[in-house]
Design a protein around this ligand. Structure first.
Ligand code: F6P
Length: 332
């Protein structure tokens, strides 16, 4: 037990964050509410008829699940009364959403994937919510050039993991802290603070069934990590199919998650995961914990986005395994 430190209380003790303390508290209070609502809904979704597809296809060409749409609405509702946030960018919306009461100064944009790992919704598998916060330029319009800036300019990044326990993991640039939802109290309680990712791990997470579509370099990297025999350089495959869940294992135990680009005709040339609300937030967490996030050639946090839904290949996790992947020049 951590002695009963709630998320709210812990945030009040945070210093050295790049975002002012009051704004951090106001935004995290909304995120915490969203986390509790989604955790509650996911526990009951099967019984309340929230599973399955809506019948629509999103801007990324993916079939929309009912929970994806519902989760997006939870964010829209929460930040409707969410000063100082004026803009939302979501995996589930083609365009950014700007509130009609639009704060032109001292305001923020939330970038998020409300339900990460949607293929797990109908099988009671682990799911996540990924989010990041960026500052809007003073006097901004509803344009988003000031939001396409690199991930180094994220002020907050985090995720909520809905597994056997619901956990909220976040950084405001001053270390990574993990909170676990005590469902009887209805509070996220501090579980671990200033978490450090092991520099080396013994697991890799990837959809290996796609290997024949990858670049040769990525296949060579896979062959390398699956052919080592001594104890330190042997790896086990662990893949949940939810980025936040697979990253969580890397954060706590080390190892690597990857989603390479594909060269096969009709393949995902840039991989599958989106920069602004998947790769950049988790790369900030990785770096804050001493790990790394890379395309295989470049640091994820240095990429300037050209569009809100753009994708990049990803190799993320322990510093040692990410450097090993880079040594194969694995970018897709
Ligand atoms: O958001 C994309 C995502 O659902 C990730 O959470 C997950 O890691 C990945 O897709 C799984 O993709 P695939 O089904 O191709 O393995």
């Amino acid at each position: 037990m951590s002695g009963g430190i709630t998320l709210t209380r812990h945030i009040m003790t945070k210093s050295a964050t790049a975002i002012p303390a009051t704004d951090l508290a106001l935004i995290m209070e909304r995120i915490e509410l969203i986390a509790k609502r989604i955790a509650r809904e996911l526990a009951m979704a099967g019984l309340s008829g929230e599973l399955g597809y809506t019948g629509e296809t999103n801007v990324q060409g993916e079939k929309v699940k009912k929970l994806d749409q519902w989760g997006n609405q939870v964010f829209l509702d929460a930040f409707e009364h969410g000063y100082p946030v004026c803009s939302l960018i979501s995996e589930e919306m083609d365009e950014p959403h700007h509130y009609s009461v639009n704060y032109r100064d001292n305001s923020y944009c939330i970038l998020y994937d409300p339900i990460d790992g949607s293929s797990n919704t109908d099988v009671n598998g682990s799911l996540g919510t990924i989010f990041a916060v960026k500052k809007r330029a003073p006097g901004h319009s509803n344009g988003i050039d000031d939001i396409l800036v690199p991930g180094t300019q994220q002020l907050i990044a985090g995720y909520i993991l809905y597994g056997p326990a619901a956990q909220l993991v976040y950084t405001a640039g001053a270390g990574v802290d993990i909170f676990t939802l005590d469902r009887t109290l209805g509070e996220f309680m501090l579980w671990k603070e200033n978490v450090k990712m092991p520099a080396h791990g013994s697991t890799y997470a990837v959809n290996q069934a796609n290997a024949s579509k990858w670049h040769e370099e990525a296949r060579k990297f896979l062959a390398h990590i699956t052919s080592r025999k001594d104890k330190r350089t042997s790896y086990s495959l662990r893949y949940c199919g939810a980025f936040a869940a697979d990253f969580h294992r890397c954060l706590l135990e080390g190892g690597i998650y990857m989603y390479p680009g594909e060269v096969a005709e009709g393949g995902k040339a840039k991989g599958k995961l989106r920069l602004m609300y998947e790769l950049a937030p988790l790369s900030m967490l990785a770096e804050q914990a001493g790990g790394r996030g890379s395309t295989g050639k470049n640091r994820i946090l240095d990429i300037v986005a050209t569009a809100i839904h753009e994708r990049h290949p990803i190799y993320i996790g322990s510093a040692e395994e990410v450097a090993l992947a880079e040594s194969f020049k694995v970018e897709g």
